[in-house]
Design a protein around this ligand. Structure first.
Ligand SMILES: Nc1ncnc2c1ncn2[C@@H]1O[C@H](COP(=O)(O)OP(=O)(O)OP(=O)(O)O)[C@@H](O)[C@H]1O
Ligand SMILES: [Mg+2]
Length: 224
C-alpha cells in the first residue's frame, strides 16, 4: 500500500537573527490511509513543526513531503490552498477563526469555499458543532467565546469538511475532560466509519490510549 503522507529526511532549522534552532533532523515518517497516529514527545521535540510541514503550512530546510503520490513541499501558495481546500484539514493551536463570522459560519467556511449550498453546509457545520457541545454558541463570534470554545469551533471546522487527512496540534489541550473525551470519541468514529486519517500531537494520556500508533519525537528525531 502507498503511504497517504510521507516525509523523507525532513529537516527544519529555524533562524532567528543569527541563532539557528534545529527543530527537525531528518525525519522519515510514513502515514498510511486510515491510520490514527499520535505524535508524542517532550516540549520542544518538534511535534508542531512536523505537523506544519506535513500540511504544507511551512517549508522545510531540507527533505521532502509527499501527499498521496504528490510532492507538496515545493508547491505554490495557490496550489497549497487547493490542497487545504480538498484534502487536508488542520486543527492548530492558533485557532485562525475569522473574527467577523459566527461559530456556525466559521465551521462551514471550508464548505462554502467549495461551493456547497447553504443548507448542506450549515447542516454539516451544525452537526460538527453539536458533537463538540457548541450548538448553543452557533451564532456567536469568536471574540464572544472563551479560548477553549474557540478551539472547539476550529475542530468543528475541520470535522465538517471531512478531508482525507486531519492534522491536529494538541486537539484536546484547553478542553475540559468531558469535552476532550467526546472529541476523542468523535475523531475515532470518523476514523473508523469514514476512513479519515488522523495525525495529531498530544500529551493527553486518554488520547494516547486510543491510537493505533505512537510516533515519539525526541530532539527533532523519531526515537527508536
Ligand atoms: N517560529 C519559530 N522560530 C524559532 N524557533 C522555533 C519556532 N517554532 C519552533 N521553534 C523551535 O523549534 C523547536 C521545536 O518546536 P516545536 O514547536 O515543534 O515543538 P513541540 O514538540 O511542538 O513542543 P510543545 O510540546 O511545547 O508544543 C523548539 O526548540 C522551538 O523553540
Ligand atoms: Mg507544539
Amino acid at each position: 500500500m502507498q503511504p497517504l503522507l510521507q516525509t523523507k529526511q525532513l529537516t527544519k532549522v529555524y533562524r532567528v537573527d543569527a541563532i539557528e534552532t534545529p527543530a527537525l533532523r531528518g525525519v522519515n515518517l510514513e502515514i498510511y490511509p486510515g491510520e490514527f497516529t499520535a505524535l508524542a514527545g517532550p516540549s520542544g521535540s518538534g511535534k508542531s513543526t512536523l505537523l506544519y510541514l506535513m500540511g504544507g503550512l511551512d517549508k522545510p530546510t531540507a527533505g521532502e513531503v509527499w501527499l498521496g503520490g504528490q510532492r507538496i513541499d515545493g508547491l505554490s501558495k495557490a496550489q497549497l490552498a487547493q490542497l487545504r481546500l480538498w484534502q487536508v484539514g488542520f486543527v492548530f493551536q492558533a485557532y485562525n477563526l475569522i473574527p467577523v463570522l459566527t461559530a456556525l459560519e466559521n465551521a462551514a467556511f471550508v464548505l462554502e469555499l467549495r461551493g456547497e449550498p447553504r443548507e448542506v453546509r450549515e447542516a454539516k457545520a451544525l452537526e460538527a458543532l453539536q458533537v463538540l457541545g457548541m450548538q448553543d454558541y452557533a451564532h456567536r463570534r469568536p471574540n464572544q467565546l472563551s479560548g477553549g470554545q474557540q478551539q472547539r469551533v476550529a475542530v468543528a471546522r475541520a470535522l465538517a469538511a471531512r478531508p482525507k487527512i486531519i492534522l491536529a496540534d494538541e486537539p484536546t489541550a484547553n478542553l475540559d475532560s468531558k469535552t476532550g473525551l467526546a472529541l476523542i470519541e468523535h475523531m475515532r468514529s470518523l476514523n473508523r466509519e469514514q476512513g479519515i486519517t488522523f495525525v495529531f500531537s498530544t500529551h493527553d494520556p486518554r488520547l494516547l490510549e486510543r491510537v493505533d500508533r505512537i510516533v515519539r519525537l525526541e530532539d527533532g528525531q523519531i526515537a527508536a
